[in-house]
Design a protein around this ligand. Sequence first.
Ligand SMILES: Cc1cc2nc3c(=O)[nH]c(=O)nc-3n(C[C@H](O)[C@H](O)[C@H](O)COP(=O)(O)O)c2cc1C
Length: 424
Amino acid sequence: MAPSLTNLKISRPLTLKSGLVLPNRLVKAAMAEWLCDFETKLPSERLNSLSKFWAKGGWGMLITGNIEIDPRHMGSPDDVAIDPNQPIDDILPYFTRWAESFRGSSSFDDNEKRTPVLVQINHPGRQSPRGAGSRGFFEQSVAPSAVPINWGPGVLPWLIRTLVFGTPRELLESEIEEIVRNFAHSARVLAEAGFDGVQIHAAHGYLLSQFLSKETNLRGDKYGGNAEKRATVVVEVIEAVKEATRGFKGFTVGIKVNSADFEREGEMEDVVKQLKLIVEAGVDFVEVSGGTYENPSMSYGLEGKKSERTKAREAFFLEFSSLARRELPEVPLMVTGGFTTRLGMEAAVAQGDCELVGLGRPAVLNPTLPNNTIFNKEVKDEDAKVYRRKNEPSWLIRQLGIKAVGAGADTTWYTKQLQNLASS
Ligand SMILES: Cc1cc2nc3c(=O)[nH]c(=O)nc-3n(C[C@H](O)[C@H](O)[C@H](O)COP(=O)(O)O)c2cc1C
């Protein structure tokens, strides 16, 4: 292995409140692999064979792509799902093999320094296309309120909304309680399988993010009404997940949330109020991202709203993170999206805007990025850059003007690369 740079803040270990030790600050962010066994929705051997590429990369932490907590509601038919109605003993061997697939080839020699692996757990809510889950083809998706995805004006957006997604059905309180239990059940299965933790997906417009947002949560019961009440279900999920995994030493519970849109009045205040409740509920770290299917800023950042400071600092959501940091001085923050250079990553951590640097697409193109580039002493600062390929949407898609379809094309290209790696 190349000699490693040890004088950087991003190369220092971090111990989370759970006791989990991250050997450095570079984290492979969640990226949906779309590699379940199609019949059972359990992890496939191809999914397991992908793990080794990152396991030997020198990362501080690996977060898997999102898996679903209920096979009736899937973001894609190729997602892994944990069926709460299946006996744990029947499915556990599949998750144990997946957890072990990361272990066999760790680049760190002692147990203390191996790369921890977290699984991202999710419910897509209204972002579940028809036919993706085991619910009937004409059965609606579910959401805090019956608010359909707004794909914009025109015929194609109308068709996507009507034919592909439909209008979601408002969840009953009893169904929300069941969803909370299902998050906890999935976390328990993953803890028993030997994973180091879970990341709760409350970003990118999926169910928990729909609850947090005042655009999609119009409820008047205990789950809606003001910023704090909109966070109730997220707090309940965190508490239930922690309770279900209490006996597993070091088991870590992180969360991924969206950054606030500074241009919308009151949004920053609302998000900070919600984050305070989320942190009080006991998460070990908070990842900041952004975007939904309506406005996929997770891929390109907030259009036209980047301050000079953000532009200079390369990552999309650093400005939000540094503001959130002042309100939440204790919890480790992870920022994901747009990081490109060793110096940019180091500046974000050294200046205290975040503790962890999340990398998505660069980790697909170069799964051993920390070892071969960022921490490699032989690579000079000016050359220590990630390779980023931006897949522009076609002319037709640009004319149709649906941002999500353009971003979807980029994501699909990267998913294909992940699947090629799995087969190599
Ligand atoms: C192929 C692909 C799949 C993704 N799947 C997920 C996912 O399952 N969960 C998630 O939180 N983010 C997902 N993302 C978003 C990434 O985690 C990350 O936030 C985004 O790519 C921005 O980081 P980057 O600029 O370093 O790529 C995905 C991104 C890509 C490219």
